[in-house]
Design a protein around this ligand. Structure first.
Ligand code: PEP
Ligand code: MG
Length: 853
């Protein structure tokens, strides 16, 4: 057995470590320990490969000596984690004139020539980086050697030691290349990640008896269900079987010849090998194998290829069969994988005609006809037509059109723009910030540079998972919410130790949240309830009222509608907490800004157009997001919050009758001073007393503050004296901490991230340093003043695994996120809890790398 500081023969007892020799070398050792027929293999450590890259070549004679005179070998890369990549395998190293003539005698000249030619090409193109076209066309090995000599000005090397040296050197250097480095770092590899190499005796795959090579796995790629998937190429080598037209099936198949028809025992041996790997390596493996005159060799095994859906199915099945624990099944699935199960996706195998790209703002995909207005979206929906709402950016008045659309596409905006937030809440695919688009709302055209002009009615596909916009209809894969997914969610619920609520504004949102099994509603944004055409008119009357009496009359008409909204929500949530945010946006968002809208409004309100226009004008603000909105509006026009509080309390009484008792939570938005809370609290308390007195019914409620301004976080101590909970609205808090508009940041965010100004888009991933410091300060000061204070995050960050980790550490009670983010949040929360409980078991290597029991 060869063991030198540079090489280690892979035997069951050799000192092979994934952290020193890479996961492929370690896996081969595990296969050897299972007594599987692995050809003789030698591992080169990360250190050895680093030395090779620097030009220090180890003793080739000693290495080749292991395989014997005239042997052919393959060289495979072995990085520490399989998804960190590595240069491709080189086969048949050692091939030269002498070996070719020996093989010609054994297997015939054609087979020998084919092997020799393929090695010369691989050596020239993949190792020495000569142009591939030099070797194109039907050429013989002799001609290929001549071309090689012309290019290199030296003969094709006959010495196996020279060939192997060059192969090792080229693979070692390829690993150091910038692209390879960036690719693996994107997969989480550290900057100093090493590459191991495995030199393995060739099992040729040619011979008189049954010979060839194949790749097989025992679960389907798309669903992860038990199913033999793979191909076998008679007289072939490597993974070629997967791409060759004339490759055979593995298992007997009505569609054509199969390996099982001629080699049933070998296929049975493969089945047994896979079953053994499944229980002992605790993973579904894909096997690369060769037959030489009927003899089976297993050259390599890697985690089987799988879709997101298959990933979940496989992990759950392994846990149900007792192969792994439930905790491990949960930790094996990257949380964001679940997004692909919840929504329709563009079939990865489908052709994609990409028109443009934007921000992947809400996952899933949909095809439909282009519409440019919310009204057109509603009229398409009423005719049963799928449509894509295309807007420069959306605003609350588009909400009904957004409900009607199958996907949203906006030219402007980022991850927390109105379009993105609402689309995620509705479970609609959304691409925002597609800045290359030129939209002409008047002409109703959409121009994509270099492509035809698109008109209303033309069909496009929005892929909110990739951020791509495609021409025409794309083939889709349907979501999968039952079976393995549902089980995984049950296990996550049992494991997690932080609450997960949903942001839900409507009964539809809340129903979806219930379907995902939430702990309550963490944020109900009430403003969306006013965009129904009837309510909008009343709302506008309220806004235009010049006398308090007129305003009260309008609000009295809105009251029963609000009460019905809340009653429905409370009844649906069956006693679970529901946190209702009082009215937040500036009033002008409810007013039309186009001529037609103003005229229609004048008609509905029986007013001259000029008066309507000047009233709208008087409500305009230079910077409405920092203007009269949230609690500022609540204090200036207190009747609005009075009406909402009354609607909430009356709904509480109605929903508690015969149902689970409801304790509503009322949240005040955009607070920056303690006095704001005191003023609102006094009025809400007064409304509660009045409703109790009128109805003779008792009820409780909790008043809380939404921490969205830096000042509210800093003054959380005194603010908490008047409230029961603080919920951090990290969308606005991020906007205000950075002084960065959440609606405009998309224009330069990618440049900022590319140039490393921000490590990530802070609207997408919580800035745990800056904004996080405010969260910490707010939480500490709030809890110091009021120990039982309930703390949460309800901004879009709430569902992100990073924010959940942050919230758990900071002792928050729950996070709240869009309904469709709930599964990701639950799984992430469960993983964190599992990690904390058993740190050792979560240092688990990726599946397939696990130590044998
Ligand atoms: C927030 O600001 O974080 C928030 C949840 O409120 P909105 O997104 O409605 O401004
Ligand atoms: Mg906000």
């Amino acid at each position: 057995m060869l063991t030198t500081p540079d090489f280690t023969e892979i035997t069951p007892t050799a000192d092979i470590l994934a952290t020193r020799h890479g996961s492929r070398a370690k896996c081969l050792q595990r296969l050897a320990r299972l007594d599987l027929p692995v050809p003789l293999s030698v591992a080169l450590s990360f250190d050895t490969v680093r030395q090779i890259a620097k030009g220090k070549i180890p003793n080739m004679a000693a290495l080749l000596g292991v395989f014997g005179e005239g042997a052919l070998v393959s060289v495979r890369s072995s990085s520490q984690a399989a998804d960190w990549g590595g240069p491709g395998t080189i086969l048949n190293v050692g091939m030269n004139d002498a070996v070719a003539s020996r093989l010609a005698k054994l297997h015939g000249p054609d087979a020998a020539d084919a092997l020799y030619l393929s090695f010369i090409k691989a050596y020239a193109v993949d190792v020495l980086r000569l142009d591939a076209d030099v070797f194109e066309g039907p050429i013989t090995p002799r001609l290929a050697k001549t071309y090689f000599e012309d290019e290199m000005e030296e003969p094709f090397p006959q010495d196996p030691a020279v060939q192997l040296t060059e192969v090792l050197r080229s693979m070692a250097r390829a690993w150091e290349g910038t692209t390879a480095r960036l690719l693996r770092q994107a997969q989480g590899a550290p900057a100093d990640a090493g590459l191991g190499l495995v030199v393995q005796q060739m099992a040729l795959g040619i011979g008189q008896g049954a010979s060839g090579s194949g790749v097989v796995q025992f679960v389907s790629v798309d669903r992860g269900a038990p199913q033999i998937t793979g191909r076998f190429l008679p007289q072939g080598q490597g993974r070629a079987a997967l791409n060759e037209q004339d490759a055979q099936f593995i298992e007997s198949d009505a569609r054509g010849p199969a390996l099982e028809d001629i080699c049933p025992e070998q296929v049975e041996a493969l089945r047994k090998a896979a079953a053994l790997m499944r229980t002992r390596l605790r993973e579904e493996m894909q096997i690369e194998f060769t037959l030489m005159n009927g003899e089976l060799f297993i050259l390599d095994a890697v985690r089987s290829t799988r879709s997101a859906r298959a990933e979940v199915a496989i992990a759950v099945a392994l846990a149900e069969d007792g192969v792994i624990s439930r905790e491990e099944a949960m930790t094996r699935i990257p949380p964001f994988t679940l997004n692909q199960l919840l929504h329709r996706q563009v079939d990865a195998r489908a052709a994609r005609d990409v028109l443009t790209r934007g921000i992947a703002a809400a996952p899933g995909a949909a095809s439909g006809k282009i519409v440019f207005t919310a009204e057109a979206a509603q009229s398409a929906a009423s005719q049963g037509e799928a449509c894509i709402l295309v807007r420069r950016e959306t605003s609350p008045e588009d909400i009904r059109g957004m409900h009607a659309a199958h996907a949203i596409l906006t030219e402007r905006g980022g991850m927390t723009s109105h379009a993105a937030v609402i689309a995620r809440g509705l479970g609609l695919p959304c691409v925002s910030g597609a800045t290359q688009l030129q939209l002409n709302a008047r002409k109703k055209t959409l121009t994509v540079p270099g492509r035809k002009v698109f008109h209303e009615g033309d069909v496009i596909t929005v892929d909110g998972s990739s951020g791509e916009v495609l021409a025409g209809v794309a083939a889709m894969i349907e979501p999968a919410l039952g079976g393995a997914f549902a089980k995984l969610m049950d296990w996550a619920d049992a494991a997690r130790d932080i609450g997960i609520r949903a942001n839900a504004d409507t009964v539809e949102d809340a129903t979806m949240a219930q379907r995902f099994g939430v702990d309550g509603i963490g944020l109900c944004r009430t403003e969306h309830m006013f965009f129904d055409p009837i309510r909008l008119t009343v709302m506008r009357e309220m806004i235009f009222a010049e006398e308090p009496g007129d305003r009260t009359a309008a609000l009295d008409r809105l009251l029963p509608m609000q009460r019905d909204d809340f009653t429905e929500l409370f009844e649906l949530m069956q006693g679970q907490p529901v946190c209702i945010r009082l009215f937040d946006p500036p009033l002008h968002e409810f007013l039309p800004n186009e001529r037609d809208g103003i005229r229609a409004m004048a008609e509905a309100m029986d007013m001259p157009v000029s008066r309507v226009a000047s009233r709208i004008e008087s409500l305009q603000e230079f910077n409405p997001m920092l203007g009269m909105r949230g609690v500022r509006l609540g204090i200036t026009v207190p009747e609005i919050y009075d009406m909402q509080a009354r609607a909430i309390f009356e709904a509480t009484i109605a929903a508690s009758e015969g149902g689970a008792p409801v304790v509503p939570e009322i949240m005040i938005p955009l607070v920056s001073a303690k006095r704001e809370v005191e003023l609102v609290k006094a009025r809400v308390d007064a409304v509660a007393s009045a409703v109790r007195a009128e109805s003779g019914k008792a009820f409780d409620y909790r008043l809380g503050v939404m921490v969205e301004t830096p000042r509210a976080a800093l003054r959380a101590g005194e603010i908490a004296e008047s409230c029961a909970f603080l919920s951090f609205g990290t969308n606005d808090l991020t906007q205000m901490t950075y002084g960065l508009s959440r609606d405009d940041a998309g224009r330069f965010m990618s440049t900022y991230v590319q140039q490393g100004v921000f490590p990530e888009d802070p609207f997408q991933r919580l800035d745990t340093e800056g904004v996080g410091e405010l969260l910490h300060l707010g939480a500490e000061r709030g809890r110091a003043a009021r120990p039982g204070l309930i703390l949460s995050i309800c901004g879009e960050h709430g569902g992100h695994p990073d924010s959940i980790a942050f919230s758990r550490k900071a002792g928050f009670d729950y996070v709240s996120c869009s309904p469709y983010r709930v599964p990701v949040a639950k799984l992430a929360a469960a993983q964190l809890a599992v990690q904390d409980r058993a740190p050792a078991s979560t240092a688990e290597c990726r599946a397939g790398d696990d130590e044998l029991p």
